[in-house]
Design a protein. Sequence first.
Lengths: 618, 113
Amino acid sequence: MTHWAWLLPALPAFAAVVGLFAWRVIPGGPAVPAIGGTAAAVVVAIAVLADAESNPLHATSSTTSWTPTGGVALHVGTRVDGLAAVIALMVAVVALAVQVYSTAYMAGDPRYASYAAEISLFTAAMMLVVVASDLFELLIGWEVMGLCSYLLVGHYWQTEGARGAAVKALITTRIGDTAFIFGIFALGVGAGSFDIARVTAAAPTLPHATVVAGALLLLGGVVGKSAQFPLHVWLPDAMAGPTPVSALIHAATMVAAGIYVVARVYPVYLAAPVALTVLGVIACITMLGAALAALAEDDLKRVLAWSTVSQLAYMAAGLAVRGWSAGIWHLLTHAAFKALLFLAAGSVLRALGTNNMSEMGGLWRRMPVTFATALVGAGALAGVPPFAGAFSKDAVLDAAREHGGGLGHAVYAVGLVTVFVTGAYVTRLIVRTFLGDYRGDASVRLHESPWVMTAPLVVLGVFAILLGAPVLPSSYGVARWLGRPAGTLALHVGAIDVVIAMLISFAAIALVGWLWSRRPAADPIDVLGRFATPLRRAFFVDELYDVAVVRPVGVLARAALGVDRRGIDATAVGSGRAAVLLGVGLRRLQTGNVQTYLSALVAGMLIVVVSVSVAVAT
Amino acid sequence: MHLSIALVLSALLFAAGIYGVLARRNAVAVLMAVELMLNAANLDLVAFDAWFKDQLHAGQTFALFVVVIAAAEVGVGLAIVLSLFRLRDSVALDDATDLADRDPVRRPVEPAR
């Protein structure tokens, strides 16, 4: 069945084309191809996984050569191993949940058709990244994902914020992608092939400089796409897009693609431990910084965005300390519970019309299903057993401890601190949104969302619980499916880590709960007073970039514009004007008097004849 | 008779023709000046024909051709002069400067029939 893996990108791509160009003639409208294509992808993904599950380490490739380039050959094809099969199923399931959810969430939106088609196209691109056998093929999917992200973040393009956020997302990730493509060049030319299997096989024998350069350059793209420090700034702003888009692209799939690529070419990183150290340091900074930013944010969706950045850093940290299975497992559980949390936030947003938690409170009475599912997601995020996120995060911490050394201990320590901060902001999110008294506009009639929106919530909630279950106590079902590359740590969840993380998390929950119970109407973050300001502003990174990058670039752009207008344009316009002036002068000769013309003709001829005669005579 | 006599006469005729073409205002006079120039060429042709004692008399033949073409040309030229006169009651070449490059006169474009 893995030979049919090409259907994974092909079916949603077909659905996107049909949905974009033919939705008017389809009975049922644009939702039919959107949901149909994604559901078909789910079926194919299940079949592929069933096939791959029997032998996860065995990768099935089917490739066909592409256009001849004269250099290193390019191939197009699929390469499915346990990792690709599991991620493909995850993508398909989340995409299906989001497409179903969107039919209600986006109801009445005049641009729903293009929206659904773009999500289908995104799904296709992500599938291409997942199953691609060639690094360039992967890059195509990677870039199309970036394009879809741009289009979908800018879905509400009539608002200034959405336009700015879309451009910011595109440009910020583009900075990383520039490094990414050169990383592909370095590895592909070094290994003599862009085929992922050959590149990973050749990695240990390549010159050390080539591997390190390739790994670090690839890391640039990963940092951009997965919103890691210092290119993390686009993700919170990307929340200007519709909430289902945030759930699919900016929580579950696209931002995880960076992590996936590292895992996919992991032997390259094993051969370049420097790159892993860099990744680990970046992950430590991002993990704690983003969690602190989430702690003070008032916008519900932005809290979740910062949390996504922080959780992605957990995955990156897991990979950095060779906890390959732990990182990927956290990717899977995170996809389930974060998509769940975003869709729950969308349900709240749809009911209230606002994202600000200061205008929420007490929603659990009116929106019980949303509340219950959000609680599952929050429990998973905060690390409360038995929800999935708890154990996968503990697995990352366990890998860090087992890895040891400076990096391992740093990741372990920062990870534990982040567990505390995570518990605090998750508790704050729940109490500010769902508990206490309603603080918002009294004229809003609170109601639970329709079943089309709550059903995906419930399904994802079930996943958020079940994905943690296989680890209890030692079956490691997920790890068996994935199959891990040699040289990485086995998936292991130590009881000691579970207990420590759980205690820390409960302490944070209890602390915020106690603060909240003292003054239920106030924001628990207010106890920090002035110290909350840097957290609210996310440590002034945006301001720093504004001063260090945006304004100098603006000055440069204006200078370039001046040179263009006064130099290059002036030359072009001036030569045009000179031609006009010349013409004005020449047309005076055109008097219309034929005898004048003839006089000039005769005079000219005389000159020619005389000069020729003189020349011949001498 | 020496050849140079005919050539000098021909050159004088031609110069007179050029003067007439360039300087006379009357279109009919200009046509006549053109005839002078053609006949100057005819004189040359015939003179060289006689000087070289050409067996085929190509010069004389060409002269005949030139006479015929000149007659045709005068026919066409006079017809043009006639229609010019009908158009503007004058055959003065100074006034016939319609082909001058003036600033375009903006006329309403007539719809095609």
